[in-house]
Design a protein around this ligand. Structure first.
Ligand SMILES: Nc1nc2c(ncn2[C@@H]2O[C@H](COP(=O)(O)OP(=O)(O)OP(=O)(O)O)[C@@H](O)[C@H]2O)c(=O)[nH]1
Ligand SMILES: [Mg+2]
Length: 372
């Protein structure tokens, strides 16, 4: 076997060079993105050594030269592997340092909280058991100690009540518009289609609005059918649009509607190609609403929100809150994202399991576990 490694910008370039160097029978052994050279690929190709050499001209390497080429190629692969391992080792040791630091900080926060009166210590424990980070919990405790007169926070109930109001006040408010074109975006299986059906019922049945539905999800077999069934039950018109022109046609068809709801295919948030393809279909006039399921941890939610950030989403819907044991991580996440939450969904039942999410309702949900 004779193999050769290439650094190329495109697969076409790789194919042309492989064909020239190794002949038409060469096979590609591996392709991967080059970490050190963004936009470039590493392609390793090979051909059977027993095959007749390609041509007899002076440019064709003889046995020894070929062996040397092979050794150089191997050396380069070892070098790349080595530097990759070095980078990984550095990352892991950094991560370990960060974990140690976090643990030390947590011990400090706990001992600072332990200096307080018993009812304030109980409040701190309540915040933590609801999933709020120790860092944010101690901040909340310090805020009420500093800003609220002692007699207004001298019992557990009074203190928790004030903290609930502080949390509510920290969330952005959702200023709703009258005419709306909303596309629901979010990770695979987060509940986009089900939530869209619930919203369709909310606007058409409760608010008596004229509603039109568009689905851009032709990605999965039967994906459009799922929404068509809901549309039929609610007697609402539906359009299927898998590319930009069809999407604009659908919007024109629904020009007279008060509310247009757009379903989108689930996208792995790490798949930037698919995310960009989806973005190119949606018209800039469409508001995008990001669906997040808070059963995931803080880091996952922030990462997903970051990747879907390219849509410039306007608001958030929290799904499947009925499946969450605690919702404290939302205090950190909503704070960081700075976008209003417009609805929370609370079960699989269409259309019942959805409710508007005011900051006050969210704060209640976040502090749902209390000492009795
Ligand atoms: N427990 C619970 N389940 C829900 C809720 N909303 C949706 N689901 C369920 O989650 C599953 C996925 O829902 P879909 O609406 O198909 O999710 P999707 O985001 O459209 O999925 P893709 O289009 O494949 O990305 C279904 O079984 C729903 O019944 C909710 O609020 N609570
Ligand atoms: Mg769907």
């Amino acid at each position: 076997m004779q193999s050769k490694r290439y650094e190329v910008a495109t697969m076409q370039e790789a194919m042309a060079r492989i064909k020239k160097d190794l002949g038409p029978d060469a096979i590609i052994l591996s392709t991967k993105k080059l970490t050190g050279r963004p936009g470039f690929l590493e392609v390793v190709a090979a051909r059977d050594k027993t095959e007749k050499p390609l041509g007899d001209g002076p440019g064709v390497p003889r046995g020894e030269e070929r062996q040397e080429e092979w050794v150089t190629c191997l050396r380069q692969e070892f070098k790349d592997l080595r530097s990759h391992i070095d980078r990984l080792t550095q990352t892991f040791s950094l991560q370990k340092d960060l974990t140690d630091l976090k643990e030390t900080m947590n011990v400090l926060f706990d001992s600072a909280a332990a200096q307080n009166a018993p009812h304030l210590r109980d409040i701190y424990r309540t915040l933590i058991s609801n999933g709020i980070s120790r860092h944010k919990s101690i901040q909340l405790l310090e805020t009420i100690k500093k800003d609220v007169p002692r007699e207004e926070r001298d019992t557990y109930e009074k203190g928790i009540g004030i903290i609930e109001r502080l949390i509510a006040r920290s969330f952005p408010k959702d200023h709703r518009k009258e005419r709306r074109i909303m596309a629901l975006i979010g990770p695979t299986g987060v509940g986009k289609t089900t939530t869209l059906a619930k919203l369709a019922a909310h606007y058409s049945l409760d608010k008596k609005k004229k509603v039109g539905l568009i689905t851009t999800d032709t990605f999965r077999i039967a994906a459009a059918e799922q929404l068509k069934i809901y549309a039929k039950i609610m007697d609402l018109p539906i359009q299927v649009a898998s590319e930009k022109a069809a999407f604009l046609d659908s919007m024109a068809t629904f020009a007279e509607k008060d509310v247009i709801l757009v379903d989108t295919p689930g996208r792995n948030h790490n798949d930037s190609v698919s995310l960009n393809a989806l973005k190119s279909i949606l018209d800039p006039a469409v508001e995008t609403v990001l669906l997040l399921n808070p059963v995931a941890n803080r880091e996952y939610l922030l990462e997903a929100a970051d990747r879907f950030g390219l849509f410039g989403y306007d608001r958030i819907i929290l799904t499947k809150v009925d499946e969450c044991r605690s919702l404290g991580c939302l205090y950190d996440v909503i704070h960081d994202l700075g976008k209003p939450v417009s609805f929370v969904t609370t079960g699989q039942n269409v259309p019942r399991d959805i409710e508007p999410a005011s900051p006050e309702r969210l704060a209640k949900l976040i502090l749902q576990q209390r000492l009795n």
